[in-house]
Design a binder for this molecule. Structure first.
Ligand code: DC
Length: 233
């Protein structure tokens, strides 16, 4: 079974995905971490961010892997060629460049294949921007999670503080989030938008617990589509 959780930055997708997966006994896939990893590689290797071919080759030729701790559905570590990039992919430099890198079609094609291969291995909660629209259009349950700009920025401050990475300045975080959402929503391919059959959840005035309960209740009611074979060639 696949539960797709899409939505803008800071809407609470990671917290919600992890807790929903824990309750249902599923695994989690954070597809944003994959785009961040490609962006980190591009910056570390001084790849021109306007060079779509070079970015696509980076995405195609470098498998991104996740380290898991038994009992925790959310991967604990992100690796590229054995190097731990878990913290590095949350830097401000990556924040600023990731929308440009993730708008490149060759990068998205490479990520789509890796995401489908992982998701088809079992029961997954997958979070991103285009999971319900492009990557898993037959997902059993699609959630589009939003919250007001202020609330999203406030949550990202708390998250960065807890992770010990990235900025904790509310105003700059809010500006960054809004800019990234604008870029992600207006790009030509796989833009951030709800799938027609997505359930839209505005979490501004909901506790995370309420959001998690709502999604779990819906998951118990859906008609499972069974194993859908997606193209991974
Ligand atoms: O969820 P996040 O903030 O870590 O995502 C980082 C960036 O990756 C975000 O600006 C948009 C991009 N992204 C995407 O284009 N498609 C996805 N499925 C997930 C993330």
């Amino acid at each position: 079974m696949i539960i797709a959780i899409d939505g803008p930055s800071g809407a609470g997708k990671s917290t919600v995905s992890k807790e929903v997966a824990k309750r249902l006994g599923f695994s989690c896939l954070d597809t944003g971490a994959m785009y961040r990893s490609v962006t980190w590689m591009a910056l570390a290797n001084h790849v021109d961010l306007d060079d779509a071919d070079a970015l696509s080759a980076l995405a195609r030729d470098n498998a991104i892997t996740f380290g898991r701790i038994p009992g925790d559905p959310m991967p604990h570590t992100v690796y590229i060629h054995g190097a731990d990039v878990t913290k590095a992919i949350r830097s401000r430099e990556v924040d600023h460049a990731v929308s440009r890198v993730s708008a490149v079609s060759g990068v998205r094609d490479a990520m789509l294949i890796q995401q489908r291969r992982m998701g088809m291995q079992g029961n997954y909660v997958i979070e991103g921007r285009d999971i319900g629209t492009v990557v898993f259009p037959d997902a059993d349950l699609k959630i589009f999670l939003t919250a007001s700009d202020d609330e999203r920025a406030r949550r990202r401050v708390v998250q960065n503080r807890a992770r010990g990475v990235g900025s904790t300045d509310f105003a700059s975080i809010r500006a960054d989030l809004c800019k990234r959402d604008q870029d992600d929503s207006s790009r030509a391919i796989a833009a951030l938008k709800p799938a027609d059959d997505a359930c839209r959840l505005d979490s501004t005035d909901m506790s995370m617990q309420q959001v998690i309960d709502t999604i779990c209740q819906r998951a118990q009611c859906v008609d499972r589509k069974g194993v859908v074979q997606y193209d991974v060639s």
